[in-house]
Write a protein that binds this ligand. Structure first.
Ligand code: NAD
Length: 298
């Protein structure tokens, strides 16, 4: 198997937990952590290295910008977190500058590298990362609503007592307040969801709880990282093993000229194809509204 190298830029709560999730999944031979806060990253690397002897043969080391440039996958989780009620335009301005300085440092990037953006607001940040990186847009995308989609499937699974893997349902649009559940396309064994006894009200509660879950976690403990880190590790696994898995990711759409989440086929070379779901009229409006909401902060 090819020796895969993953660099994680931003060794904070999210970045270091991504490293941990990658180690547990044992998918990369080499993991590099990069952070401007050298003391914190040194501590994270030392702590993570203790876990190595229980996992596979990965190596975890401090990385440099050159390491990032020649990595197979670059995960960007550097920047400020959004605090409850914080203005997203302000957050974008701060994180955009951070992202720009990161790409200025690591360019030119290996032309086959895949960049996974996690920093929030992830859709807007992914849009800028595509411009700053000089890589094809299919190789630079955001974690988007993959985690929200898993949350949605988790809730449906609990209510219906059906395994999440058998539930095909998506949260699309913004990784944020304007996201929506594409209920009209949701299926279990090809059967529409409304045949499973869920009422309109149930669906609306499920969508609302999905949308608010990050806020709920943040209200209790200040930030979220286990879910997103596992989600990023799953994206890396899909790329490394060229699984061509259908995954909702924040990708560039010509129709709206921004990045937002749609289901894509993800493989070794990045996004192979964006899938167009047969959304109903209301959902098409929701998608356009979500695009508008992202455009507004851009
Ligand atoms: P954190 O504060 O724990 O870590 C951020 C790290 O970024 C810090 O260690 C900081 O030193 C580092 N950093 C800042 N500027 C840098 C630079 N120029 N180069 C390298 N490193 C730099 O924050 P966190 O909880 O790990 O969150 C990180 C980002 O991920 C935030 O923007 C957060 O909102 C986002 N996030 C996204 C999702 C998602 O679903 N997309 C989920 C959770 C968090």
């Amino acid at each position: 198997m090819k020796h895969f190298k993953i660099s994680i830029i931003g060794a904070g709560a999210v970045g270091s937990t991504v490293a941990y999730a990658l180690m547990l999944k044992n998918v990369a031979a080499e993991i590099r952590l990069i952070d401007i806060d050298e003391i914190r990253s040194r501590g994270e690397i030392l702590d993570l290295s203790d876990a190595l002897s229980f996992c596979g043969p990965s190596q975890i080391q401090k990385g440099t910008s050159q390491d990032a440039s020649n990595s197979d996958i670059i995960v960007v989780a550097a920047g400020k977190r959004q605090k409850p009620g914080e203005d997203r335009v302000k957050l974008l301005a701060i994180n955009k500058e951070i992202i720009k300085s990161i790409f200025d440092d690591i360019k030119p990037i290996n032309k086959n590298s895949i960049v996974i953006m996690v920093t929030n607001p992830v859709d807007a940040i992914t849009y800028f990362a595509q411009q700053f990186s000089d890589l094809p847009k299919t190789q630079v995308f955001g974690s988007g609503t993959f985690l929200d989609t898993q949350r949605l499937r988790g809730q449906l699974s609990k209510r219906l007592h059906i395994a999440e893997q058998s539930i095909h349902a998506y949260i699309l649009g913004e990784h944020g307040d304007s996201q929506f559940a594409a209920w009209s396309c949701a299926r279990i064994a090809g059967i529409p969801l409304d045949k499973f006894g869920l009422t309109e009200q149930d669906l609306s509660v499920i969508a609302k709880e999905t949308r608010n879950k990050a806020y709920e976690i943040i209200a209790y403990k200040g930030s979220t990282y286990y879910g997103i880190a596992t989600c990023v590790a799953a994206i890396c696994r899909t790329i490394i093993f060229n699984q061509n898995r259908v995954t909702p990711l924040s990708c560039y759409t010509q129709e709206f000229d921004i990045c937002l989440s749609l289901p894509v086929i993800l493989g070794r070379e990045g996004i192979r194809k964006i899938l167009k779901l047969p959304l109903n009229e209301i959902e098409q409006k929701q998608l356009a509204q979500s695009a508008e909401s992202i455009k507004k902060i851009l």
